[in-house]
Design a protein. Structure first.
Ligand code: WT7
Length: 646
């Protein structure tokens, strides 16, 4: 091992590990050496209505491009998450719900109750006209009904598209239109950190431009006043009162679509990432069990939102497929006090906690007091996801909340990968703060340079995956050519992650962040192009260029350079107006941290904006801006530097 901090696997972890060091090495070798034999065995961890006989069938080459896993198998995801647990653990708690308001009552839903809830929800959807293959948009707060709705879609073979509750009406509409969704499931209002979110009102605005939508199902949550359009909108609780709790699961092909989840890329509108049924469930459940060392009866809490892929795979599908108790939290980690996250841990005796570096950094800032005032004795494993974790935050997580006894499981993955790809096995992998460590079974990684040359040994470059894995996305909804173009055309025959990565002498992977025009704000992925197009949609804006810059808490912040139309004057009022504009166009997660008005942008003679320069200025690193001689007007740079905001 190299000279940096290494935290060896504790002896008691190694002793009772599901996968110890030797076993990890052996299984990893098998998973790449004889992948079909490996996945034949592990594909059977879930229940198949008709077992698969073909394991994998894929090619990353343009001529015969395609990805299939377990293709002749037939199964149902909700049956795997519910029905198959009824006999062995029907009375175990499936979902613990912790409300936003710490004084309100939590809910505890057993597998038996969850089964009934999902069947009822599925029957409500059927009565509303939902059929196999329909796209159903879910725009709900973090309430158990979000899980009911997702599972209900899978029960009847409808494809869900969950839209994060923080997105604007425009963002909802774009996603609904892209997949021609016919039903939207929403709630009257959401509740986060004591503040109400007008979900139904947002849907009402969105639907005005979505002719495909025939029904809007409204879950009553806060009891707030909402408008109901007759013939289109109906209350879930009223419809549910009239349907049965019996709904047979629809038999689905392994490659039938399971869900669409929109995510930002470096160009254009968000892409509809499509995951299919069999491979995704195998991948989500296997990674959940092994990386979190999940054991029956334990309380597991993934503090993400179901609006993101983390919530799909690690609040809903992975844990429920494994018969786990999954905690769902409505609120925010630091409200009403910075102790809240640990108070929830104590209240529900959480054993496994999975959160994001940005949350840790914001809690760290409050000092150790809000943590040490709580017990946390129940905790035995801590996970992190969403962005690179800086070693300081890692060490704090390990030392203070984890009291040195909990392994830190840093999981690198993406919406596209379905579930975790690089992460330590708690009983097998020595930890290095800041490194996601080693690949999961079946994950074949390479680091390449800009020209695609494979770099060996200790090195740094771009991260690619050279073999398919069961949880891989199958296409971009409605645009298979874009799928190939985005991920497989940069490096021939390889999946390009968009991430930079260093590999050290011990073969540990260190993700360095995106190398494309995607930024990661508080673990939320944002395309700079999306923020730019929101800005230029404003009547006073002629041109905009957006870059990320390092931010202490958020990981990256959003820095926008804006050129106004002739005759418009820069002002603080206009700056606030533009910030507000972007929030309404996309949603609060896209809020620019900084807007710099600039009369011009640094462009090459062919008109391409040189983002490298803009990034440097945003970072405050103006001493060496590199070669600017290829610019059409090099003097633009001096004025940008002189007028740097912040
Ligand atoms: C991007 C994917 C993974 C689910 C949530 C985000 C970054 C994610 C890590 C990590 C370093 C990470 C990457 C990746 N990322 N996890 N553990 N260490 N970077 O999913 O919204 O699809 O974003 O998040 O840059 O490409 P996503």
């Amino acid at each position: 091992m190299s000279a940096e901090t290494v935290i060896p696997v504790p002896a008691e972890w190694a002793a009772r590990a599901k996968v110890d060091t030797a076993r990890y090495a052996e299984m990893y070798r098998q998973s790449l050496g004889a992948p079909d034999a490996f996945w034949l065995e592990h594909g059977r961890r879930i229940d198949w209505i008709k077992p698969f006989t073909k394991v994998s069938n894929w090619s990353f080459d343009e001529a015969d491009f395609g990805i299939k896993w377990f293709e002749d198998g037939v199964l149902n995801v909700s049956a795997n998450c519910l029905d198959r647990h009824l006999e062995s653990r029907g009375d175990d708690i499936a979902i613990i719900w912790e409300p936003d308001d710490p004084k309100a009552e939590p809910r505890r839903i057993s597998y038996r109750e969850l089964h009934a809830e999902v069947c009822r929800f599925a029957n409500v959807l059927k009565a509303a006209g939902a059929k196999k293959g329909d796209r159903i948009t879910i725009y709900l707060p973090m309430i158990p009904e979000a899980a009911f709705a997702m599972l209900a879609c899978t029960r009847i073979g409808a494809i869900h598209s969950v839209v994060f509750g923080g997105f604007s009406p425009d963002s909802i509409a774009g996603r609904v239109q892209d997949c021609d969704s016919n039903i939207i499931i929403t709630a009257d209002e959401g509740l986060r950190g004591g503040r109400k979110v007008a979900l139904k009102a947002n849907v009402d605005v969105a639907v005005e431009s979505c002719p495909s939508v025939k029904k809007v199902v409204v879950v009553r949550h806060t009891g707030g006043e909402v408008a109901m359009t007759a013939g289109r909108d109906f209350w879930y609780h009223e419809a549910a009162a009239g349907v049965s709790a019996d709904c047979p699961p629809e038999p689905m092909g392994a490659e039938d679509p399971l869900f669409i989840l929109y995510t930002s890329g470096s160009t254009g509108k968000p892409k509809g990432v499509l995951h299919t049924t069999g491979g995704y469930l195998v991948w989500a459940s296997l990674t959940h069990e092994l990386l979190f060392d999940y054991r029956r009866g334990e309380i597991y809490w993934c503090a993400a939102d179901v609006g993101w892929v983390t919530g799909h795979s690690y609040i809903v599908y992975g844990p429920l497929a494994n018969g786990a108790t999954t905690l769902m939290y409505e609120g925010v980690p630091n409200w009403p006090t910075p102790s809240r996250i640990w108070e929830v841990v104590d209240r529900h005796q959480v054993n496994i906690l999975y959160t994001a570096p940005t949350v840790l950094r914001s809690l760290m800032r409050e000092g150790d007091g809000p943590v040490t005032s709580t017990s946390r004795k129940s905790l035995r494993l801590l996970g992190t996801v969403g962005e690179p974790i800086n070693p300081e935050a890692w060490l704090w997580y390990h030392r203070v909340p984890g009291e040195g006894r909990c392994p830190i499981i840093d999981t690198w993955w993406q919406t596209e990968t379905g579930a975790a790809m690089i992460a330590p096995f708690p009983g097998a992998t020595d930890l290095k703060p800041g490194s996601a460590t080693k690949p999961f079974f079946g994950v074949a990684l390479e680091i390449v340079d800009a020209d695609g040359k494979v770099l060996e040994g200790a090195t740094e470059g771009n991260l690619v995956v050279t073999r398919s894995w069961p949880g891989q996305m199958r296409t971009v909804w409605g645009d298979h050519a874009r799928f190939f173009q985005t991920y497989f055309s940069t490096y021939k025959g390889k999946y390009f992650t968009g991430d930079g990565c260093r590999r050290d002498a011990d073969g540990y992977f260190w993700i360095t962040g995106r190398v494309d025009d995607v930024i990661n704000v508080s673990g939320h992925r944002m395309g700079t192009a999306e923020v730019e197009s929101a800005l230029v949609a404003h009547a006073k804006v002629a041109e905009a260029a957006v870059v990320g810059f390092p931010h202490d808490i958020k990981g990256q912040g959003i820095y926008a350079y804006v050129t106004l139309n002739a005759g418009e004057e820069p002002s603080d009022d206009l700056r606030s107006e533009l910030v507000k504009w972007v929030r309404t166009e996309i949603g609060p997660i896209a809020t620019p941290d900084t807007i710099q008005f600039s009369p011009g942008l640094p462009k090459t003679r062919s008109g391409k904006i040189m983002r490298r320069i803009l990034r440097k200025i945003a970072e405050g690193d103006t001493s060496n801006l590199g070669d600017t001689t290829t610019l059409a007007d090099p003097s633009v740079v001096d004025s940008l530097v002189a007028n740097r905001a912040r």
